[in-house]
Design a binder for this molecule. Structure first.
Ligand code: ATP
Length: 468
């Protein structure tokens, strides 16, 4: 089985990710996050949010509405210029493809015709699936249309946002004045975005509904280069600090012809996924973009709304449009990268002291901060009342501070494997010595080292070991 197939089946089996509306045969290649998936997703979002708002005193948060005036999307270029992909259809098997998937997999998608790099140089490509003849490319707008209110007419049309950053531009003035910010400063937001993708695929890598974590950094024009480099490094550090292996992550700078209309400069952070586009890009795919957007957004919204969105610098007494450096990450894509990077299969048992459950054991070496369950509390056996009682006491003591799981089903070896598989960093085993000495065995997922710890010291132990 290919690695990606294994990951998809693992995610379903262990409660990370399920196909959407599965009992009706699925829907639009969408996915739902299960009990462990949502814990992990919340961890990613919390870590990003803390990184932005706690470690940078000049970044503030925002949570703007998904539905906005359609004028926003007119001004941003998503409607008039066509936030569009070029679509081709196979005349034989009727499968649909994006032009850039087939002939120019590196091209950047952006508003204003998401090709950025313009038309492709390859003539009459064939269907990558059946070799059949393809239709001529035609533009396909990716905005998800909807109606507000009870009447479905032209006047009530609006769109589900295709990117969260427009909500930030809409509130730029409100935030600036209510928080009394001075440049440089940032506004960040996490939220859902929607794109009517022609070919949602590669599990949760490309879906029609996804979540973004975006930060817009407002600065003086003269400082854009400095801040672009700063944010580029900061964002790479974030992934590395959370355990992504160095050899699986890289920067890719966009060539001039790939740049979106608003971008002066753009760099993607790419992860080496175990899948490639039909034209074979070796798996390197974008998980985050860092963009120098110039003054495109604020000046354009000024022009369209008639509202002066210039910044007044009360030290120099100058008035000008601020320039924006954007960091735009996908929650779903980074979750997938973290999962794949952490996934290890071990042939046979990892230890000789407990029996192998299967021919191959899975260990998810997730960073402790990302792991959905932090501590599993396990009575050595379930048919000894005192052990169960003590285990529940410990579970109740820890559960308010860390996400814990109580598990008494199966042999202790089997339970360790189950926790290794979902990436739980520590297991606490309550045995007969616990009843005499009031200490427990704490087992480390990665080293399998076991140490005895007094129950009264458990909270302190986990506080120290789960946060560093
Ligand atoms: P791609 O070229 O892969 O479609 P993009 O360049 O259009 O991506 P951006 O507009 O820069 O993407 O969006 C920023 C981030 O939002 C991406 O790096 C990605 O993590 C996430 N993202 C964008 N589109 C999708 C999607 N369809 N499914 C999941 N995540 C997405």
């Amino acid at each position: 089985m290919e690695l990606m197939e294994k990951i998809v089946s693992f995610c379903k089996r262990r409660g990370f990710i399920f196909p959407s509306s599965e009992i009706y045969g699925g829907f639009g290649s969408g996915y739902d996050f299960g009990p462990l998936g949502v814990e992990m997703k919340n961890n990613i979002k919390r870590l990003w949010w803390d990184e932005m708002t706690k470690f940078h005193e000049n970044i503030v948060g925002l949570d703007a509405a998904i539905l906005m005036s359609p004028k926003v999307w007119e001004a941003s270029g998503h409607l008039s210029a066509g936030f569009a992909d070029e679509l081709l259809e196979c005349k034989e098997c009727h499968k649909r493809f994006r032009l850039d998937e087939i002939v120019n997999p590196k091209s950047k998608r952006s508003p204003q015709g998401r090709q950025g790099g313009g038309r492709v140089g390859v003539q009459n490509p064939n269907c990558p699936d059946c070799g059949g003849e393809l239709t001529q490319p035609r533009k396909f707008n990716l905005m998800m249309k909807t109606f507000v209110g009870p009447v479905e007419d032209e006047a009530s049309i609006t769109y589900l946002r295709a990117e969260t950053c427009q909500g930030i531009y809409m509130n730029y003035e409100n935030v600036l004045s209510s928080m009394r910010l001075k440049i440089p400063f940032g506004i960040c937001q996490i939220g859902k975005a929607f794109r009517n993708e022609i070919t949602p695929k590669d599990f949760i890598y490309r879906t029609r509904e996804f979540e973004q974590m975006e930060m817009q950094w407002f600065c003086h024009k003269k400082e854009t280069e400095k801040w672009f480099d700063f944010w580029k490094k900061e964002r790479m550090k974030w992934y590395l600090n959370l355990g992504i292996k160095k050899e699986n992550i890289r920067f890719r700078e966009h060539k001039k012809e790939e740049l979106a209309h608003y971008a002066q400069k753009a760099v993607d952070i790419e992860y080496k996924f175990p899948f490639a586009s039909p034209a074979g890009r070796q798996g390197w795919k974008e998980i985050e973009g860092i963009h120098d957007r110039g003054d495109w957004d604020l000046s354009n919204h000024s022009k369209f709304s008639g509202k002066d969105l210039k910044y007044f610098n009360d030290e120099t007494k100058e008035k000008y449009f601020l320039h924006i450096i954007e960091t735009s990450a996908g929650v779903d894509r980074s979750l997938l990268a973290f999962l794949i990077d952490a996934y290890e299969e071990v042939k046979g048992a990892r230890t000789k002291t407990t029996e192998a459950v299967k021919e191959t054991e899975i260990v998810l070496h997730l960073d402790k901060k990302l792991a959905p369950i932090k501590v599993a509390v396990l009575p050595l056996v379930k048919n000894k009342e005192e052990l169960v009682k003590k285990s529940k006491e410990i579970y109740n003591l820890l559960k308010f501070h860390f996400v814990c799981q109580y598990d008494e089903v199966g042999s202790i070896g089997r339970r360790y494997r189950r926790q290794d598989e979902i990436g739980t960093p520590f297991c606490v085993t309550v045995d007969f010595d616990t009843l005499k000495q009031d200490d427990v065995t704490v087992r480390d997922r990665d080293t399998m080292k076991q140490e005895r710890i007094k129950t009264e010291g458990l909270f302190q132990f986990f506080r120290e070991n789960l946060t560093k």
